[in-house]
Design a protein around this ligand. Structure first.
Ligand SMILES: [Zn+2]
Length: 426
């Protein structure tokens, strides 16, 4: 189980690469690719997936028997994570340094991105003969390419009192030295063109993400912990993949939805705030000849597990936790609740998940924010406002969420995977 997670953490360097790795695992397990614009000839016992704009993926398995009003079992997670994105016209030449212009994606802890080996991953749109279909190239440089250096303590003696980093001026990575021509205008663009084997002028646009190259490592006296970039939310993506592949499904339809854009609010064409999930459920019903009324009944009979990470108690800051709900690393998956509904909160649905955990022999803990702290949100409430079905937020506890490298307890991955596998075996 840990091996699969480590592989996804290494390969999933951008949402695009997360979807590619997910696709690979599903294909190996015999899933067949579908395209939304075609008619689907689904069969009982079939396993399918579809990609959406390269960064979102939905997969589903059909049991041996599909009944007209039976609901879907759905689990959702997100493929994106806080990072830096390279802007158009990227080249910045500063006193002999080649730098790239970047913007910050999502709620990154900026100072954790300093002094790290960084690389880039994503896609490049190259000029083609068909105006509606540019030549899309996928790229992961996979070697250290840049870094954002700290300022020496001698130039800021107050550094240990805390530093506010400016998102525009302090976060520009150094990508090389301009030895020959100090004012080289297109050093980085030329590098990109060379990597792809195309002319600079043929690169029309790109989505290139700067990622932390640190390898995931297990650590601790008993190797009970994992330190890695992107634990939020690749732990959940892997639990969903393993859960749907290994679930002992008897009947009904199991669905996983891996959405992009959670870190920026989900309200995009490939986010959980789109109609994508609803449209896919309707299309599945249509393929099995369900009437409009039966389709609605099936959807309203469904259940959604929204899977995203939680906060574990930080030993140096234990006071930041709620006073009676203090999940710890290694203590099992967290069920997250908030009366603001920033985490989907419904006692009947939570009870269902607790019963599934107990049935699977899986450890779980409850997470609630301190009443004087806002905390984060998840895609659970957003998705369930479009498809109004019972929804529960679960996920493994982390330390340093949204840092360039986060810490988790190894055992919690087993708990989360155990829950998802059991959910998909009901
Ligand atoms: Zn997350």
């Amino acid at each position: 189980m840990t091996e699969k997670l480590l592989q996804l953490l290494k390969a999933g360097t951008s949402a695009i690469m997360v979807v590619k790795e997910a696709e690979q695992q599903l294909k190996e397990a015999g899933f067949e690719e579908l395209c939304f614009s075609n008619t689907w000839g689904l069969t009982e016992g079939g396993k399918y997936y579809m990609k959406h704009h390269d960064t979102t993926l939905l997969a589903f398995t059909v049991g041996q028997q599909v009944e007209s009003q039976e609901g879907f079992k759905i689990a959702a997670a997100h493929t994106d994570f806080p990072c830096l994105r390279i802007k158009p016209n990227p080249d910045v030449a500063t006193s002999g340094y080649a730098q790239v212009n970047v913007e910050v994606y999502g709620g990154a802890i900026l100072n954790t991105w300093l002094d790290r080996p960084l690389s880039i991953s994503g896609r490049i749109a190259v000029k083609s003969n068909d105006v509606m279909h540019p030549d899309m190239r996928y790229i992961d440089i996979k070697r250290p390419l840049m870094t954002i250096p700290n300022l020496a303590i001698h130039m800021n003696r107050e550094v240990n009192k805390g530093v506010e980093l400016n998102r525009q001026t302090d976060m520009l990575p150094i990508v090389g030295l301009l030895e020959k021509e100090l004012n080289e205008k297109q050093a980085f663009l030329k590098f990109l063109a060379k990597e792809e084997g195309v002319a600079v002028e043929d690169i029309l646009d790109y989505e290139l993400w700067v990622y932390c190259m640190q390898e995931p490592v297990t650590f601790g006296m008993n190797e009970e912990l994992i330190l890695s970039p992107r634990l939020d939310n690749l732990t959940s993506v892997q639990a969903l993949l393993t859960g749907i592949i290994e679930g002992k499904q008897k009947k009904g339809i199991n669905v996983i939805a891996l959405f992009d854009h959670e870190e920026i609010g989900s309200k995009t064409k490939q986010g959980a705030g789109s109609l994508l999930l609803l449209n896919v459920l309707e299309k599945i019903c249509d393929s099995f000849g369900k009437t409009t009324a039966q389709t609605k009944e099936s959807i309203y009979e469904s259940f959604l597990l929204s899977v995203d990470v939680a906060h574990g108690l930080h030993p140096n800051n234990a006071g930041k936790m709620d006073i009676t709900n203090k999940p710890v690393l290694g203590g099992g998956l967290c069920i997250k609740e908030a009366c603001s509904q920033s985490y989907a909160t419904d006692c009947e649905a939570v009870a269902v998940v607790e019963q599934i955990c107990q049935r699977a022999g899986v450890a779980y803990q409850k997470f609630v924010n301190r009443s004087d702290m806002a905390g984060g949100g998840t895609l659970g409430s957003i998705a369930s406002s479009i498809i109004p079905i019972p929804t529960v937020d679960v996920g493994i506890p982390l330390l340093a969420m949204h840092s360039a490298a986060e810490t988790m307890g190894k055992k919690d991955m087993e708990s989360l995977t155990g829950l998802v596998r059991e959910f998909f075996s009901l």
